[in-house]
Ligand binder design. Structure first.
Ligand SMILES: *[C@@H]1O[C@H](CO)[C@@H](O)[C@H](O)[C@H]1NC(C)=O
Ligand SMILES: *[C@@H]1O[C@H](CO)[C@@H](O)[C@H](O)[C@H]1NC(C)=O
Ligand SMILES: *[C@@H]1O[C@H](CO)[C@@H](O)[C@H](O)[C@H]1NC(C)=O
Ligand SMILES: *[C@@H]1O[C@H](CO)[C@@H](O)[C@H](O)[C@H]1NC(C)=O
Ligand SMILES: *[C@@H]1O[C@H](CO)[C@@H](O)[C@H](O)[C@H]1NC(C)=O
Ligand SMILES: *[C@@H]1O[C@H](CO)[C@@H](O)[C@H](O)[C@H]1NC(C)=O
Ligand SMILES: *[C@@H]1O[C@H](CO)[C@@H](O)[C@H](O)[C@H]1NC(C)=O
Ligand SMILES: *[C@@H]1O[C@H](CO)[C@@H](O)[C@H](O)[C@H]1NC(C)=O
Ligand SMILES: *[C@@H]1O[C@H](CO)[C@@H](O)[C@H](O)[C@H]1NC(C)=O
Ligand SMILES: *[C@@H]1O[C@H](CO)[C@@H](O)[C@H](O)[C@H]1NC(C)=O
Ligand SMILES: *[C@@H]1O[C@H](CO)[C@@H](O)[C@H](O)[C@H]1NC(C)=O
Ligand SMILES: [Zn+2]
Length: 312
């Protein structure tokens, strides 16, 4: 979960007239002077808080909650909704058009989908997802950042609300076999990386791929839910986290492009690698009731029906 915009807005509010650059609060993944070990100091009180993300999800400890229903994804099939792709110096971020939103999933209201970005390690062999499940770290993680519709995309308001933001986390795993350039949506997305190799560079995206194309193969009714934070400074504890169980399967060649194409800064700087925060204190996690409970309910229902028929 990336908060560059949030940090920039906060600085603009505190220092009216100052240049509203996200670099005003210096944080990074790759230098000892600003890496994660410094965040609690440079971005107190949030980054050293008690509801920080990411976490390791212990699947056996997730409690059943039948309120965790399916989401409604609006404009996720729209192939014109991915507008701009950008190298922020910390991630690759894609801006979403107005009208993209989510509801359901036990969220209290509609949330506008603002942007998505990625976290990774170094190719398929050095995993870099932020969340882990039972200690397993996946190669990459995609975060779709959503803000309560009532805040009309004002992230200053959203980060002041303990449920102002809803983040959707999707793991990315290596597709088995010898497939390359798959799935097609990811082939298109990664084709833009060569255009944004340096920090602060961006290009417009042509129509062609949708969010649904990128979320290919994921059962979006199966997920973990907990309350956490942004995973980058200022680490605001304002996020309802949804972490989907199914990973998106992407071919190895495309995963490898992230750590070998875009750079942290200019053309002489290092490739952008290991752009994820380490695991924070655990939190209570909820998930859908298990299918065995569903089967039990169903069998009770059948029995009732059977007895009903028998007793006429
Ligand atoms: C951050 O930098 C410190 C040195 O100041 C180093 O010990 C540590 O391993 C670095 N952490 C990460 C996550 O890179
Ligand atoms: C975080 O740091 C701030 C400032 O140093 C301090 O006031 C606060 O108590 C710390 N919070 C926690 C949970 O350690
Ligand atoms: C998870 O469950 C294990 C035992 O199954 C327990 O030791 C641990 O404290 C639990 N963790 C949390 C966060 O509840
Ligand atoms: C489900 O939602 C209802 C109504 O908001 C609430 O009373 C109940 O505690 C929730 N169930 C769980 C398991 O959180
Ligand atoms: C898809 O999104 C674009 C960009 O916001 C918008 O102009 C268009 O109306 C949307 N299409 C549909 C079918 O909603
Ligand atoms: C999708 O986005 C477009 C552009 O903002 C909007 O006009 C349209 O109403 C949205 N679709 C739905 C189903 O809300
Ligand atoms: C990433 O992997 C490449 C090749 O596998 C290696 O040359 C490079 O040193 C690695 N970078 C880091 C930061 O580990
Ligand atoms: C966001 O809301 C804050 C607080 O109401 C306000 O000061 C700020 O101007 C708003 N920002 C934008 C971009 O509208
Ligand atoms: C990306 O760069 C290639 C050359 O490497 C160029 O042909 C293409 O037009 C660029 N795409 C965009 C969207 O700027
Ligand atoms: C990126 O932009 C920021 C603010 O505009 C600037 O301070 C920084 O030097 C730029 N970085 C690079 C590598 O161009
Ligand atoms: C690239 O950035 C480094 C510091 O990050 C700087 O020392 C160097 O002069 C820059 N090179 C170019 C070509 O801009
Ligand atoms: Zn993120």
């Amino acid at each position: 979960m990336n908060s560059l915009v949030v940090v920039a807005v906060a600085v603009c509010v505190l220092v009216p007239g100052a240049r509203c650059a996200s670099e005003t609060i210096a944080w990074c993944f790759n230098l000892p002077s600003c890496n994660e070990t410094t965040w609690a100091t440079i971005a107190a009180p949030f980054c050293n808080g008690t509801r920080q993300s990411p976490i390791n999800i212990v699947s056996a400890n997730a409690t059943a909650d039948a309120n965790l229903t399916a989401f409604t994804f609006t404009n996720y099939s729209n192939t014109s909704a991915l507008t701009k792709i950008e190298n922020t110096g910390d991630t690759v971020k894609v801006t979403l058009a107005d009208g993209v939103k989510i509801s359901g999933g036990d969220l209290s209201e509609d949330y506008d989908s603002l942007q998505f970005h990625l976290h990774w390690g170094n190719g398929s062999t050095t995993p870099g997802s932020e969340h882990t499940v039972d200690g397993k770290r996946y190669p990459m993680e995609l975060h779709i950042v959503n803000s309560k519709a009532s805040y009309k995309k004002n992230t200053t308001l959203a980060v002041g609300d303990s449920t102002g933001l809803a983040a959707l986390g999707f793991f990315i795993d290596v597709m088995s076999g010898t497939n390359t350039a798959q799935p097609p949506g990811w082939n298109t997305l990664t084709s833009y990386l060569k255009n944004i190799t340096e920090k602060n560079t961006s290009v417009s995206m042509a129509a062609g791929i949708s969010l649904d194309d990128l979320l290919f193969g994921v059962d979006r009714t199966k997920y973990y839910r907990y309350l956490g934070s942004l995973t980058t400074p200022a680490c605001n504890e304002a996020v309802v986290w949804t972490v989907f169980k199914d990973p998106i399967m992407v071919s190895k060649d495309l995963i490898d492009l992230f750590g070998s194409t875009v750079r942290f800064s200019n053309s002489t700087s290092s490739f952008m690698t290991n752009v994820y925060r380490s695991i924070q204190n655990s939190q209570p996690v909820r998930t859908q009731p298990t299918s065995s409970a569903t089967r039990h309910t169903l069998s009770l229902m059948s029995l009732t029906l059977l007895l009903g028929t028998f007793w006429g």
